[in-house]
Design a protein around this ligand. Structure first.
Ligand code: 0A1
Ligand code: ZN
Length: 878
């Protein structure tokens, strides 16, 4: 642990910057160990800073930089005029406007943190969000300092592609034969949106004509071996550009838009102005190498980064506490885009599953924070599911409250009012209010209160008066540093189903669905003229990120599964049925009583499986049992062995009982046709492979042979990976190993497939033992410095292999602690993320809890931790 604790930064301490930088001119002379960075900044006093008449010192952030020289207005600054401090440089200033020139040296090759300028497979690239620019040069590295950037790159001739933000304004060759290119970005931007790429890259090119008739060049750059994997991303980009024009009226603003794929990247992608940089896994795809899930993920991430051009770049954040301003809004935008491009219901189910599994856990854990946090030690730790996904739910609720037209009026006003500014979440809400004459005063609490609200719903029906009453109580549990929370404004969408299964009219207009505005701790809603006792369909489409409790009986859930016109609630009814059954079975397992198959669940699933009128993608979702991770969210102490026993018991029982139906649907869907990532084909493959997985779970030789045949057919990665996963999980280990070896031989040249291959093994509850995971880490294709490989092998084991990670001897926990300690020396951001499973120790039953806590203490006591890891570990043990 550190001798001095990292400093906590508070939102309440925000002060406007003392100085602004109107122009930033950068020159990079690239070298792996000694890149020379020259900056020339036009600095002036900020008229809006609330300082005094005397000129304050100028603070420039800087980390891991070798300072070579500083000059003001062409005069070298003597040493007494500045002080180098941890994290930056303090300059004595005697003018209110001046040109500051700074020269620094950096070593991209030694940069394993993947923040700032670094090398990935010999390619130079940058990652500056949130605070990476300070690893490039001394600078006021904060988002409210916006500047017009000009960037010159000088590099040896074996780096023919030299890219930065904006438009290329010059290029040539130096006297000593090196290449040089200059880029200018006309839009003022914060340093976190700066980007530079240099390498021996190839590109594919296309064009897009905007709604006002401007032609934009689109380029996608990769290492030469991946040039055949760009088409899908390019198509996704064009779809995104069109969608943003049609749905939000947002037009692209530069003449060129570039995307670059890099193999070493901490996150999914980055929205640098005009030059998006992507993790290769989030942009490269071909039918032979990428699964349907990867195709859809790529489409969503390409859209997300593109949409940031307005929600993030043209209008950016004032400070990092406002991160959800750009992320929550942009995730909402990309989710709606994906819903429009694919199955809306399935997209919603997938998003809500992530939210309930991982975000709810975060919101109930030691790192819980509001969508707009009040404080942080390390901002990289706050790129969270709460800021992104819950933030998107908050924006979705505004959309629900204002309606589609009102929301569009609000977003138009927001973009118009704040174009070119760095603003706050409050500015976003005010724009929404002003454009609609709406009052979102109480709604604002969603931004400041952490924790997942719980809604308890009860109902009564009076046959005499034909009145139906819903009573809704809300409560948000305490979270670290926040107690006694105030009631929120929660939009709860409902319908009332009659005996026939159709929704009853709620008023004389015939309206059958209504949004209830829950604003009080306890509130009653009365519906008149309801001719029969209805069954409520509550929180339709998951209209708010809450836990809803209503005492549905098994029969009522079966009824909703069959009749609810809201596909989300149809699915959710099945999930509730499974949750309830699995929870009773866990109890029986603990009591040592015999486990009995829940007949009603089997009946429900059987009906779903035979329903050929339902979208096959929805059927596949309805057939899937809640994952072990989802089951940990049931409340009460987590008992890992009981969860695993109960879930395996039900899965095997469903597989055996419904085997003929699974077989029939599998056969019907197992037709050979050319691969196409269209929504309908994806839907069919997802149901086919769900059936295959259940069939293989029976362990029958004949069923495993179906998977072998599918694997041998080898005509698309979705089917191959699903077949291989089933064989690895349910087949004999020696055969599984043989299939895995053959698969590796076939795909060893393809980085993305090898990552899939790693992940499939480490996350397999049967095959992915700790010994095998350790062996994978010795494999020649494993690279500890590559976050994708680490996420596939170590993350696959610790985050997606519930059974093996929670081995009763605690070995999984000790292993993760060991890896986290090693990773922290190389890449603190990744270490602080991958430690997450250990931070949940309080939720587990006694023995496991002690083991997990002990592993976390090993990390704490291992020596000096990065600020990233220190924050997570210390808050988790507090
Ligand atoms: N703004 C990007 C995500 C991102 C955030 C941080 C990064 O490095 C620490 C990298 C990317 C997005 O939302 O896509
Ligand atoms: Zn984003």
């Amino acid at each position: 642990m550190k001798d001095t604790q990292p400093r906590t930064i508070y939102l309440k301490d925000y002060r406007a910057p003392e100085y602004l930088v109107d122009r930033t001119e950068l020159t990079f002379d690239l070298d792996p160990y000694a890149t020379l960075v020259k900056s020339r900044l036009s600095v002036r006093r900020n008229p809006d800073a609330n300082g005094t008449d005397t000129l304050p010192a100028l603070w420039l952030d800087g980390v891991d930089l070798e300072l070579l020289s500083i000059a003001i207005d062409g005069e070298l600054l003597p040493a007494h005029r500045y002080t180098e401090k941890p994290g930056g440089l303090l300059l004595n200033v005697d003018k209110s406007a001046f040109v500051l020139e700074v020269q620094t040296r950096i070593a991209p090759e030694a940069n394993t943190s993947l923040e700032g300028l670094y090398l990935s497979n010999g390619m130079y690239c940058t990652q500056c969000e949130a605070e990476g620019f300070r690893k490039i040069t001394f600078y006021p590295d904060r988002p409210d300092v916006m500047s017009v950037f000009t960037t010159t790159i000088v590099a040896p001739a074996n780096y023919p592609v030299l890219l930065s933000n904006g438009n290329k304004i010059d290029s040539g060759t130096t006297a000593d034969g090196r290449l040089t290119v200059t880029w200018e970005d006309p839009f003022a931007k914060p340093s976190y949106l700066f980007a530079l790429v240099a390498g021996d890259l190839q590109f594919v090119e296309d064009r897009f004509v905007t709604c006002s008739g401007r032609e934009v060049t689109l380029q996608l750059y990769t290492e030469p071996k991946n040039i055949g994997k760009c088409e899908h991303a390019m198509t996704s980009l064009k779809h995104s550009m069109k969608w943003d024009e049609e749905v939000y009226g947002r037009e692209y603003d530069l003449d060129i838009f570039m995307i670059v794929a890099v193999d070493h990247f901490n996150m999914g992608a980055m929205e640098n102005k005009g030059l998006n940089i992507f993790n290769s896994a989030c942009v490269l795809a071909s039918p032979e190498t990428a699964t349907d899930a990867a195709f859809q993920r790529i489409e969503a991430i390409v859209a997300h980064e593109y949409f940031h051009n307005w929600s993030g770049n043209r209008v950016t954040c004032r400070d990092w506490f406002q991160l959800s301003l750009k992320e929550g809004f942009t995730v909402f935008r990309d989710a709606e885009f994906s819903a429009d491009m694919n199955s809306r219901a399935v997209k919603r189910i997938e998003d809500v599953t992530v939210l309930r599994t991982a975000q709810f856990a975060e919101d109930a854990g030691p790192m819980a924070h509001p969508v707009r946090p009040d404080s942080y030690m390390e901002i990289s730790n706050f790129y969270t599911l709460t800021v992104y996904e819950k933030g998107a739910e908050v924006v979705r609720m505004i959309h629900t409250i204002l309606g589609a037209d009102g929301f569009r009026r609000g977003s138009d006003l927001y973009f118009e009012r704040h174009d070119g500014q760095a603003v706050t979440c409050e500015d976003f809400i005010v724009a929404m209010e002003d454009a609609n004459g709406a009052d979102l005063q109480q709604f604002r609490r969603w931004y400041s209160q952490a924790g997942t609200p719980v809604l308890d719903v009860e109902d009564t029906y009076d046959m005499e008066t034909q009145e139906y009453r819903l009573t809704i109580r809300q409560h948000t549990p305490d979270s670290p540093g926040q107690v006694d929370k105030l009631p929120l404004h929660i939009p709860v969408s409902i319908a009332l189903l009659g005996r026939s299964g159709s929704a009853l009219p709620l008023d004389s207009s015939g309206e059958v669905e209504r949004v209830l505005h829950v604003t009080e701790t306890c509130q009653e809603f009365v519906f008149g003229n309801i001719p029969e006792r209805p069954l409520p369909s509550l929180l339709r489409g998951f209209s708010a990120p809450v836990k809803l409790r209503y005492g549905y009986s098994v029969e009522q859930l079966l009824f909703l599964m069959r009749h609810d016109s809201d596909p989300f609630n149809q699915w959710d009814a099945g999930q509730r049925l499974a949750f309830d059954a699995l929870s009773s079975l866990q109890q029986a397992y603990r009591n040592g009583t015999e486990l009995e198959l829940p007949e009603s669940l089997i009946d429900g699933l059987s009906a779903v499986l035979e329903n050929t009128r339902l979208d096959p993608a929805l059927v596949a979702k309805m057939l899937a049992l809640p994952s072990a991770q989802e089951l940990t969210e049931q409340g009460g102490e987590i008992d890992a062995p009981a969860i695993i026993a109960a879930r395996n018991f039900v899965r095997d029982g469903v597989a055996k009982t419904l085997k003929p139906q699974f077989r029939a649907r599998y056969e019907a869907l197992n037709v050979q046709k050319p691969y196409c990532p269209t929504a309908s084909d994806i839907a069919e493959r997802s149901l086919k492979n769900t059936c295959l997985s259940y069939l293989c779970a029976t362990g029958d030789q004949e069923m495993l042979a179906l998977a072998e045949a599918q694997l041998a057919r080898d005509d698309n990665m979705t089917d191959s990976a699903a077949a291989l996963a089933a064989l690895v999980e349910f087949g004999p280990a020696d055969k599984a190993q043989a299939h895995l070896d053959a698969f590796y031989r076939q795909w060893q040249q393809d980085t993305q497939v090898v990552e899939t291959w790693f992940g499939l093994q480490s996350s397999s509850p049967t095959f992915g033992t700790l010994d095998r995971v350790r062996a994978l880490m010795q494999h020649s294709a494993f690279e500890f410095k590559n976050p994708n490989k680490v996420r596939a092998v170590i993350g696959g084991f610790a985050m997606r292999n519930f059974a093996q990670f929670h081995a009763p001897d605690g070995s999984g926990y000790a292993f993760l602690a060991e890896q986290v300690i090693a990773l922290d020396k190389l890449n603190p951001q990744i270490a602080a993320r991958i430690v997450t499973p250990l931070t949940r120790w309080r939720k587990y039953r006694a023995e496991q809890s002690t083991q997990i806590q002990a592993a976390l203490k090993t990390v704490r006591d291992s020596g000096e931790l990065s600020r990233d890891l220190y924050e997570v570990v210390s808050k988790s043990l507090a």
